[in-house]
Ligand binder design. Structure first.
Ligand code: C2E
Ligand code: MG
Ligand code: MG
Length: 259
């Protein structure tokens, strides 16, 4: 699929709840299968992991995301604080050549490391692999940002915050789902945000689908949000018009936290 250009990347905007501006995007892999149409990662990721194909595929996604970020920055679709997020798996991080190849993509696309964030899920952090630790430390030294994906769904969440060089937490969408109706979910999200603040970490709410959820996040002073309400993932070519549309939404007064 990689060799015959059947893979492509779509990007989902991440907005600042303070300003309504697009602060970043998350690259999401798609496979345009000749018989089955467009497939999403849950269908093929495990196969890619098991076969080892995730290595070259993952490298390709990073390069593609850096290329898209460079072009949006050059054309002022996004501003200088923009960060492109890419998901990476444990298998990618345990490969000793990974950091070198990330550096290669950044160099070739002339993207500064601070504009790239790698998303790692909690389960990846759980396996105490020294090779992964070495990779994460090297990435941090390079200036690449690290985000914990699906935060709150794993187990030893708190101990790894101490051990790993993390910048950002992405609160899993199961918590966001219940936010508007459930006081417990609200308490949990409030607690995660307070913890992140005191550790100096940035927070992104994942899977925001309703205006009520977005308002609740504003009230809790969650700094960033992502989800179908704001935008579905879009192709790199449609990012400019997507951002232009979102700038209008940014003028909704309640998108900003209450004073
Ligand atoms: P993720 O990193 O947690 O990405 C968010 C997933 O939630 C995406 O599914 C996205 O399309 C979906 N989503 C976004 N907003 C909403 C919403 O408001 N409601 C709901 N219900 N869903 C929403 P997708 O694209 O199918 O990706 C699934 C997972 O596959 C990702 O979860 C990520 O873990 C993995 N993945 C995606 N691209 C890559 C990649 O390039 N490399 C690796 N290693 N994993 C990837
Ligand atoms: Mg992710
Ligand atoms: Mg996630």
């Amino acid at each position: 699929a990689l060799a015959t250009n059947q893979l492509f990347v779509v990007h989902q905007p991440i907005v600042s709840t303070h300003t309504g501006r697009v602060a970043g995007t998350e690259a999401l892999l798609r496979w345009n299968h000749p018989e089955r149409g467009v497939l999403t990662p849950p269908v093929f990721l495990e196969m890619a992991e098991e076969s080892g194909a995730i290595g070259p595929i993952g490298d390709w996604v990073i390069r593609q995301a850096c290329t898209d970020a460079r072009s949006w920055m050059d054309t002022h679709v996004v501003d200088g604080s923009f960060v492109v997020h890419v998901n990476v798996s444990a298998r990618q991080l345990s490969d000793s050549g990974f950091v070198e190849r990330v550096m290669g993509s950044l160099r070739d696309t002339k993207l500064e490391p601070l504009h790239l964030a790698l998303e790692i899920n909690e389960t990846t952090m759980l396996n105490d692999n020294p090779a992964i630790m070495r990779t994460l430390t090297a990435l941090k030294r390079l200036g690449v940002k690290l985000a914990i994906d699906d935060f709150g769904t794993g187990y030893s969440s708190l101990s790894f915050l101490q051990r790993f060089p993390i910048h950002r937490l992405k609160i899993d969408r199961t918590f966001i789902n219940e936010l508007a109706n459930d006081a417990n979910a609200r308490s949990l999200v409030r607690t995660i945000i307070a913890m992140a603040n005191s550790l100096g970490l940035d927070v992104v709410a994942e899977g925001v689908e309703t205006v009520e959820q977005l308002h609740a996040l504003g009230d809790l002073r969650c700094s960033k949000a992502q989800g179908y309400l704001i935008s579905h993932p879009v192709t790199p070519e449609t990012m400019a018009s997507t951002v232009a549309g979102l700038d209008k939404i940014g003028k909704w007064p309640r998108l900003r936290p209450l004073k």
